[in-house]
Design a protein around this ligand. Structure first.
Ligand code: PLP
Length: 394
């Protein structure tokens, strides 16, 4: 037996584990201090009442012989896939039902999708970005290239035709930078991918935070995307499903090469290695797209966006430059006085008892940057911002 030694190439300490370690070490040493967490991107508001009602009713279904459900379809129940289809249509994107696959979340699918692609492919990943794209490809031994996201390009790198990539990751609105591509910019990526015979793995986990006109909510609405893009989406941030677990992936039928269809290969992959998302959870997810459920989740998103605004206004008042905060729950700021990310992390923790996430953990270009999230309660956000302001305005 030999292990997959590619695992030796993954950075040992996962970013959030190190953040949590330093925060708990501080709390253990200073039990009297209240530490405020604007670090990990987990939601804090409970599930919407319409979702809870649907979950309860689905539990009741499981208690009766007539409505009990055993194994479900690998690709998800039609009732949920049809509601996702209608959601896309309401934004002008027409999908065939066969193109929608329900899963237990975007993270699993983003990792698992690599099963259908050759290990020989070269991968292009923005830097900085959500660490999962890099780590899953390192595990598989793929060659990784980076597209530099910097302050100069607004953290939105554009295609470079001198770079040859086969698998391109785009995350918009981006975690961690909060920057979001316009439809016009995404069209350039779509043209590049089609020209290079590449696939774009488009992570739209934060699409529901977009408010500005002209920013893309889905890559699949862009002309030419159906031959080159796969879209990953999640109920986690849309509807507070981080602990309930549900997401979906859309694979257009036109995404084909040499007689192989990405859609058919994914169905084959899922039916071999995955036995579906619980019926109860899918019923809860379907409630998100009812009129009542959607109105409720929009209220929750508005709550997080108010927090984002509170943080963004504090940065404005401190003359700290940042991206995000408007079409995203993340505020990505430049550490003051040219500080390094982990030094700023320690300063905020020790002097203000506020936990954020050091940008360096998201990639080389994240050094000198810092991520704050809008997912805490309003009280915690206000208190954290007031502490940051009094620390940094001294
Ligand atoms: N994609 C991005 C960009 C994320 O930030 C996250 C979670 O933080 C995910 C995917 C994971 O989503 P899920 O909870 O659906 O697995």
């Amino acid at each position: 037996m030999n292990f997959n030694t590619n695992f030796n190439n993954i950075a040992e300490s996962y970013l959030f584990a190190e953040v949590a370690r330093r925060a708990s070490a501080y709390s253990a040493a200073h039990p009297e201090k209240k530490v405020l967490k604007l670090g990990i991107g987990d939601v804090t508001l409970p599930l919407a009442p319409a979702v809870i009602k649907a979950l309860h009713s689905a539990v009741d279904d499981m208690s009766k012989k007539e409505t009990f459900q055993g194994y479900g379809p690998y690709e998800g129940y039609d009732f949920l896939r049809e509601s996702i289809q209608r959601y896309y249509l309401s934004r002008g994107v027409k999908l065939d039902l066969s193109e929608i696959f329900v899963s237990d979340g975007a993270k699993s699918d983003l990792g698992n999708i690599l099963d259908i692609f050759s290990a020989e492919n070269t991968v292009l990943v923005p830097d900085p970005v959500y660490p999962v794209y890099v780590d899953t490809n390192v595990m598989a031994g793929r060659k990784i290239l980076y597209a530099n996201a910097t302050k100069e390009n607004g953290f939105l790198p554009m295609p470079d035709y001198s770079v040859n990539a086969d698998i391109i990751y785009i995350c918009s609105p981006n975690n961690p930078t909060g920057a979001a591509y316009s439809e016009r910019q995404l069209k350039e990526w779509v043209d590049y991918a089609n020209a290079k015979n590449a696939v774009i793995l488009y992570d739209a986990a934060y699409e529901c935070f977009i408010e500005e006109e002209g920013l893309a909510r889905s890559i699949l609405g862009i002309d030419g995307a159906r031959t080159c893009a796969i879209e990953f989406c999640s109920f986690s941030k849309t509807a507070g499903f981080t602990g309930t677990r549900c997401g979906y992936t859309v694979i257009p039928q036109e995404l084909k090469k040499d007689g192989n269809s990405a859609n058919k290969m994914w169905l084959r992959r899922q039916s071999t290695k995955f036995n579906g998302v619980p019926y109860i959870v899918q019923k809860g997810a379907a409630a998100v797209f009812t009129e009542e459920g959607y109105a409720q989740i929009l209220k929750n998103i508005a709550y997080y966006k108010r927090n984002a605004k509170i943080i963004a206004e504090a940065m404005d008042s401190l003359s700290i430059s940042y991206t995000g905060g408007k079409n995203s729950p993340y505020i990505w700021l430049q550490c003051p006085d040219g500080m390094k990310s982990w030094d700023f992390f320690d300063l905020l923790l020790e002097k203000a008892q506020v936990v954020g996430t050091p940008g360096a953990g998201f990639g080389v270009n994240g050094e000198g940057c810092f991520r704050l999230t809008a997912f805490a309660s309003e009280e915690v956000t206000l208190e954290a911002v007031s502490r940051i302001k009094s620390l940094l305005s001294k």
